[in-house]
Design a protein around this ligand. Structure first.
Ligand SMILES: [Zn+2]
Length: 103
């Protein structure tokens, strides 16, 4: 998941940055650790890696790694597949199908 985080430091400095999570950032003015303002943070990308097992009669149990925003999208492309969400990184080298950004 990619977020655009917005920070407001008590010293008056404000900035925005893009991160993998809603993490703290260091103020460039006073070096204080500042938490992002949650209601101003925007989720940019929510890609996850799914293990998709296709019910292909020719090659039973064929499993592919698929990158997608959520499992609804995978279900549209592989209606009969068994889908399992994994914790693999989104740049895993074995990802066979990239459905990110599709909706
Ligand atoms: Zn500051």
């Amino acid at each position: 998941m990619w977020y655009r985080n917005v920070y407001h430091c008590p010293c008056g400095n404000s900035w925005a940055d893009e991160w993998f999570s809603m993490c703290d950032d260091e103020c460039s003015e006073c070096r204080r650790d500042v938490s992002p303002t949650e209601e101003e943070c925007v989720l940019l990308r929510a890609d996850r890696v799914y293990e998709v097992t296709l019910p292909d009669p020719a090659t039973p149990g064929t499993t592919k790694l698929v990158l997608a925003d959520d499992d609804d999208i995978i279900r549209r492309y592989f209606p009969d597949a068994r889908i399992r969400q994994t914790d693999l990184p989104i740049d895993h080298p074995d990802i066979a199908v990239d459905l990110s950004g599709k909706s």
